[in-house]
Design a protein around this ligand. Structure first.
Ligand code: F6R
Length: 616
């Protein structure tokens, strides 16, 4: 979604801001802009903004754009179309204040009407512009108080950064529901909505909490809490983030998605490292902050996530039910809060999120906590909003994920769920022998993911054939159904083809009517207790001329399919049946990737999608 960067220091701000915005491109945007405060006592604010790409803005930046304090933004249109006027920054009437903003101001219409009545000429269609005017019109003494006063009028979500010509040594930022991270340099300070924009300059960071403001100057930062229309300082210590800046470069790969798919074996090793106990056939998850007695008291597990995280959550809920014999299910976090859910004290709620910033998941977590529920997180981004809001959890250690289409984080979510299910199982009825069997399976798994990835060249041609279809089915049963859902999700996200997931068993209850030679089916057919039934369904599809791609195990006999049937078979290595779903998922990532490639799509920036969805 939208991105924010800010800088105060001794270097020229504009090139740094543009570089930072380039690093946020993956979040999805349709316009970009920067503002700097010019040198000298009578500081002038300079601003340039434009619909289109950051490189368009860079090419057209005026020659005179000096300034060592500045903010920048990539916008994803919400209020008003993507055009130059609606791009951020937004200025107040005098041109002294510049605001960049992520999030949505819910009462913008009322505030716009009020400002118009007061004679203010609004020049854009945006909600953000009201903030610039409210700050510009404030008579409070300090910039921090002006911003706090404006925010007291605002309902909604924001991460924002503000420049003011009369306070030329600083950037003031504020957060409510939209991420903001302060980066601490040597006599220079940064701010960004995503670590990706900071790590080339510093790995020392401080996070803002909702309801907080901060001032950054060249010499440091101060955090404040809004109170009674003013501000009061709150202490904040900086932390060092353990991240390799190279993770934010695609290197020799043609895209981040490709790089991240290939990183899965090492990412999988990281999430397992130090957490497996061979001797007792269990896992150690210190971050959960629950002892055996707490774990035993759990009567139900409810997983909440959005999009692919929800589908992996469904795999996770299946694992918990299978290994721990606790009723478990997954629900889209985006729906959960609106149906006034019953929150039970003996249910363990699990929020699953790569970014840790998805607003729907965050709001679901807050709703659970408000009602006294216990919620833990499976989160990739350390220190993110969801991670901080949960009472404990499992960090996924997938490393930074830049591509919009999530791959390595999802694999690690699955493994995180396996670790959780194992621990829950071993304080109940899962035997030590089964525990050891699964621990050994987990140890084999990263190598097997590498084996599947090594088969990539064989998937290029079938993927290109699938890409020719306007519409496809992805089918699977029980453990294979969430695999099919995730496969369809990945395929539609980046190839823009209509891909629909179904339980294989449901085909004959309706969708079979659509099967013909133009509608391929990608079927997930593991070697398990349902193989025969799955294979039967494939015959029904083939009999109607439907092309098939079957992701399966070498042991599976597909029987005598009609000789004219178009069937492509992808065999993946077998693990323990409970762990197979993730190995069956990896080829579906590769199929989606190569389908999108054959169609010439920009894989890391799929249309209409953003990496982290921080607005409802
Ligand atoms: C799919 C995808 C999205 C995310 C979803 C949740 O490839 O990336 O469906 O899974 O937006 O995002 P996180 O995991 O950051 O909460």
């Amino acid at each position: 979604m939208c991105g924010i960067v800010g800088y105060v220091g001794s270097q020229q701000a504009a090139p740094l801001l543009l570089e930072g915005l380039g690093r946020l491109e993956h979040r999805g945007y349709d316009s970009a802009g920067i503002a700097v405060l010019g040198p000298g006592k009578e500081s002038r604010l300079r601003m340039a903004k434009k619909a289109g790409r950051v490189r368009d803005l860079t090419e057209e930046l005026p020659k005179r754009f000096a300034g060592r304090v500045g903010v920048g933004h990539t916008r994803w249109a919400t209020h008003g179309p993507a055009n130059d006027l609606n791009a951020h920054p937004h200025l107040d009437t005098k041109g002294d204040v510049a605001v960049v903003h992520n999030g949505i101001i819910d009462n913008a219409a009322a505030l716009r009407a009020e400002l118009t009545d007061a004679g203010v000429d609004l020049v854009s269609d945006t909600d953000t512009e009201v903030l610039a005017h409210l700050i510009g019109r404030s008579e409070a003494e300090t910039l921090e108080e002006k911003v706090a006063e404006a925010l007291a009028r605002v309902e909604g979500t924001y991460g924002l950064a503000v420049l003011h010509a009369a306070f030329a040594d600083r950037v003031v930022v504020a957060r409510n529901g939209s991420p903001l991270i302060i980066g601490i340099g040597d006599h220079e300070m940064f701010v960004a909505s995503d670590l990706a924009a900071l790590v080339r300059y510093t790995t020392r960071v401080a996070h803002l909490d909702d309801g907080e403001l901060a001032t950054i100057t060249a010499e440091g930062f101060t955090t404040y809490r809004r109170d009674h229309g003013g501000v009061s300082a709150v202490p904040r210590t900086a932390t060092e983030v353990d991240v390799d800046p190279a993770a934010y470069d695609a290197g020799e790969h043609e895209s981040f998605m490709h790089k991240e798919m290939l990183e899965q074996p090492e990412a999988a090793e990281r999430v397992l490292r130090g957490r497996l106990d061979e001797r007792f056939g269990t896992s150690h998850l210190g971050g959960l902050e629950m002892d055996a007695r707490d774990l035993r008291a759990i009567r139900r597990v409810k997983v909440l996530g959005c999009g692919s995280a929800y589908y992996v959550g469904q795999m996770g809920a299946g694992l918990v039910e299978e290994l721990a014999r606790i009723p478990a299910d997954a629900e889209a976090a985006s729906e959960f809060r609106y149906r006034n859910p019953i929150i039970e004290p003996d249910t363990l709620y699990v929020a699953v999120s790569q970014s840790g910033e998805t607003i729907d998941t965050l709001l679901a977590v807050q709703e659970i906590r408000r009602k006294g529920g216990r919620v833990v997180g499976l989160v990739n981004v350390v220190g993110s909003a969801i991670a901080r809001e949960c009472e404990g959890g499992i960090y996924l250690h997938a490393g930074p994920e830049v591509a919009v289409a999530s791959t390595k984080a999802l694999t690690n979510m699955f493994l995180g769920f396996t670790l959780l299910a194992l621990q829950l199982g071993r304080v109940r009825d899962l035997s030590i022998a089964d525990g050891r069997r699964l621990v050994a399976g987990l140890q084999r798994l990263p190598g097997q993911v590498a084996e599947v990835l090594a088969g990539e060249p064989d998937l290029v041609a079938p993927a290109a054939r699938l890409a020719e279809a306007e519409s496809l089915f992805f089918v699977g049963r029980v453990r294979g159904y969430p695999v099919a859902r995730e496969g369809a999700q990945k395929f539609k996200e980046i190839s823009y083809r209509h891909a629909e997931a179904y339980q294989t068993s449901e085909l004959k209850h309706g969708p079979l009517a659509l099967i013909d030679p133009r509608v391929p089916t990608v079927a997930v057919v593991p070697h398990d207790e349902l193989t025969d039934r799955n294979v039967g369904a494939l015959h029904e599809v083939a009999a109607r001329g439907g092309p098939l791609v079957v992701v399966t195990h070498a042991e599976v006999d597909l029987g005598d399919l009609p000789s004219q049937a178009s069937v492509h078979r992808i065999d993946v290595p077998r693990n323990e049946r409970e762990l197979d779903p993730i190995l069956l998922t990896v080829p579906l990532q590769l199929l989606a990737y190569h389908a999108a490639q054959s169609l010439g799509h920009d894989i890391d920036k799929p249309r209409n999608l953003a990496k982290s969805v921080t607005v409802e």
